[in-house]
Design a protein around this ligand. Structure first.
Ligand SMILES: [Zn+2]
Ligand SMILES: [Zn+2]
Length: 354
């Protein structure tokens, strides 16, 4: 036979017994018929009296109250009384006012309220989350370092910590599970002892690339690099070095691979592709030669490339049909520019935080 797991104090003033109150009561009756012993009150004085009379406050309990801070501060006194009695009580404030006013929400959190909500659905969901905490289990060997509540299994501790202590100061303590000392216990628990989290390598390496579509105005030709190893014609560009800005990498790579000094004028695309091994970021810049009268491409082979040249769009189409492009991106982007695709301003790419 299952006995009730929690005491639940429901405080809701009668003038506010609206549709939400009915909804909440029905919910408690139908979804949690045996899990809670419900104590209903209509004034916080009654509730305070009840709380003070509790002999053994360590019993798991939950309070749901409609009262905000306006009721001659009695809502505040109730919360303070509960917190003085017992750290383990989960306090939910259901209040539309508090959810619309950051000062009230902040004060409630500072008093030790665990959750401020205006949603009955969220109350329902959190009650379901809390239920496993009331179940006895065979491997109850952990103690919460914040509130010293003991006899948790690992999964109970994992549920308990964020629900009850998210608003508290960071706690630096020794982890009971792995015996390591932690600077922020909650973060440690989440990152080191969450199976889902652990599968991901952290930090994820990011490979960043800058590519350049450079067009000159005198004949509308585009700059292409003839890649080494007969790989084909390709856009100038390459991997961004550590500590280097994306735009500087675009200018540097174009000079190295194509021998042309450029001026960036816009951005065609910013592309971010997360993968399992690395994350890849690519920015496709739009550019023009720094000096149209001095933009002769490189023709001496070196480690960077075999050389470079200026191609018309029609020539690029031909190269494509003859398998002379390393991939279809030059064709795609030259067509985009010829057909007056949108060119975004350079300012969409910020070089600093905020
Ligand atoms: Zn705790
Ligand atoms: Zn640990």
């Amino acid at each position: 036979m299952s006995s009730a797991l929690f005491d639940l104090i429901l405080l809701w003033s009668p003038q506010e017994s609206d549709a939400e109150y009915v909804e909440l009561q029905n919910l408690l009756k139908t979804e949690f018929p045996t899990e809670f012993i419900i104590h209903s009150f209509t004034t916080s004085q009654q509730a305070i009296k009840h709380v003070l009379a509790i002999k053994n406050p360590s019993r798991l309990s939950i309070i749901i109250t409609k009262l905000g801070m306006n009721d001659e501060n009695s809502g505040q006194i109730l919360i303070e009384t509960i917190r003085h009695q017992d750290k383990h009580t989960f306090i939910i404030i259901h209040s539309h006012t508090a959810c619309a006013d950051p000062n009230i929400r902040w004060s409630l959190a500072s008093l030790g309220v665990n959750m401020v909500t205006e949603s009955i659905t969220q109350i329902r969901n959190v009650l379901h989350q809390i239920l496993p905490l009331g179940q006895l289990n065979s491997e109850s060997k952990y103690t919460c370092p914040y509130c010293k509540w003991s006899s948790f299994s690992f999964s109970q501790l994992y549920i308990h910590v964020p629900l009850y202590h998210t608003n508290e100061q960071e706690l630096s303590t020794k982890c009971q599970i792995c015996q390591r000392s932690t600077r922020n216990y909650a973060v440690h628990l989440h990152e080191e002892h969450n199976e889902e989290h652990r599968q991901r390598p952290t930090p994820t390496p990011l490979y960043a690339f800058s590519l350049v579509v450079c067009q000159r105005k005198c004949d509308n030709r585009f700059l292409v690099v003839q890649e080494s190893g007969s790989m084909g014609f390709w856009l100038p560009g390459g991997r961004v070095e550590i500590g280097e800005q994306l735009d500087k990498a675009a200018e540097r790579e174009t000079l190295e691979e194509a021998g042309v000094k450029i001026r960036l004028t816009g951005i065609l695309k910013i592309e971010f592709v997360p993968r399992t091994d690395i994350n890849r970021l690519r920015v496709i810049f739009f550019a023009e030669p720094f000096d149209e009268n001095d933009c002769e491409p490189k023709s001496i082979p070196d480690y960077e490339s075999y050389g470079a040249m200026w191609l018309t769009y029609e020539q690029t189409v031909q190269c494509s049909t003859q398998g002379q492009l390393r991939g279809n991106e030059p064709l795609k982007w030259f067509k985009y520019v010829v057909q007056n695709g949108i060119i975004h301003p350079l300012s969409v790419l910020s070089k600093t935080e905020l």
